[in-house]
Design a protein. Structure first.
Length: 402
């Protein structure tokens, strides 16, 4: 069924199709319409779930942690400072290995206050142990939510589905809503390996000693360091799980989505611009303009940011002369976080001779706090890089007015 709705409604429909059992909700612009739509589904009987309004974002994730610990399929959503308020609980959910799914309608963080879009909120939480997926349009939002539950429940790692506030959350676009029967075939009921049971009391996540020790059954129990190692290893292995989920999703729904990278005119490209979210679609217009000028520019849209698909990225940039990383976030004191990760991926795989000479790489910061991103500014920024006249300062800023 094809509908024309907002990105927030696309996310809500995905949660409904996944038959989430518990929804924790606290309003914050621009994600509020998502949880409001879920409350309508629950109230009207279209969705059998516990809808729990709470007093803060910290409590919202706390409810999901408790629900998921009992074996329930749990969901919440937030934005900006609400996500930052959850920071402690983000670590807790990942460390407890709970397959919670959360949508983040990306918005700039304070101070000073802004309600407009950039990606600083979710990117600043990249080290909390959550898988992060980024959607570029409404179809990707609903599809990513469905895939997120699949990935979370097979890795026991929570997943964020991130999409641009207002640009996607509030705009209306056509998208396909999958059939419930197919979603049920893709995502069977959640069966956790262990869940809290009142008839079998247990303590979870108590103080863990630095060294391994024997538990009450005389078995060696992991220490804190071992638990962190296992989470990291499972995050790295989750790259393959995300790929498997993408392939299985395409098979079940007869679609052609990509798990890691969505490439536009990259096969013959000399230069590639990389971005996440809706900006990647905007850049396709730039590629078309510059190709009319004889500049072979391709666009790469990164879907999976954590765990970072370094080998996939390095292979995709093989043989390119230059890479331009465009991002709506900054790691203060150095560069954009995506730029840093791509540099690391290229350097890490440089010893693979099949990669050949590494491309040069430039970083642009733009769109912070909702600053307008104009096509002409993008063209004027990228053109000199591709013609040998780019400035060497890193990072460079587009649309800055000092």
């Amino acid at each position: 069924m094809k509908v024309i709705e907002s990105g927030n409604v696309a996310a809500a429909l995905g949660v409904k199709l996944c038959r989430a059992n518990v929804i924790a909700a606290y309003p914050i612009t621009p994600q509020t319409p998502l949880t409001e739509k879920l409350s309508e589904f629950v109230e009207s009987g279209q969705m059998k779930a516990e809808y729990i309004p709470v007093e803060s974002e910290h409590s919202a994730l706390g409810v999901c942690i408790a629900a998921s610990s009992t074996g329930a399929r749990a969901f919440t959503a937030t934005s900006a400072n609400g996500l930052l308020y959850m920071h402690e609980q983000l670590h807790w959910a990942a460390g407890a290995r709970l397959p919670i799914v959360m949508c983040v309608a990306n918005r700039g963080v304070g101070a000073p206050w802004t309600v407009w879009n950039d990606q600083q909120d979710s990117l600043s939480q990249r080290d909390t142990g959550w898988i992060q997926l980024y959607a570029a349009d409404h179809q990707e939002i609903i599809d990513s939510v469905i895939k997120a539950f699949y990935v979370a429940e097979r890795t026991s790692i929570p997943v964020m589905v991130c999409y641009d506030g207002y640009i996607l959350s509030h705009t209306h676009m056509p998208f396909e809503v999958p059939d419930q029967e197919k979603v049920d075939a893709f995502l069977p009921p959640f069966r956790p390996g262990y869940a809290l049971d009142p008839d079998k009391p247990a303590n979870l996540n108590t103080v863990t000693l630095p060294e391994t020790r024997n538990n009450i059954r005389g078995e060696t129990a992991h220490g804190y360091m071992e638990l962190r190692y296992l989470l990291h290893e499972d995050m790295r292995n989750a790259i393959d799980v995300v790929g498997e989920a993408g392939q299985r999703f395409n098979d079940v729904f007869s679609s052609s989505g990509t798990a890691y990278l969505d490439m536009y005119k990259c096969d013959d490209a000399t230069f590639v611009a990389v971005a996440m979210g809706s900006l990647s679609l905007h850049l396709r217009v730039v590629a078309d303009i510059l190709r009319d000028e004889g500049i072979k520019l391709g666009i790469m849209d990164l879907k999976l940011y954590r765990p970072f698909p370094d080998k996939v990225m390095a292979d995709a940039l093989k043989g390119k002369e230059g890479v331009i990383v465009m991002e709506k976030a900054i790691s203060y004191g150095y560069a954009g976080p995506l730029y840093s990760d791509i540099c690391s991926a290229l350097y890490t795989h440089a010893m693979d001779e099949s990669l050949g000479d590494l491309p040069f790489i430039y970083n642009y910061i733009l769109g912070l706090g909702g600053r307008a991103i104009r096509t002409t500014d993008l063209v004027d920024a990228i053109r000199p890089i591709c013609t040998g006249g780019a400035a060497k300062d890193q990072p460079a800023w587009i649309g800055l007015k000092l």
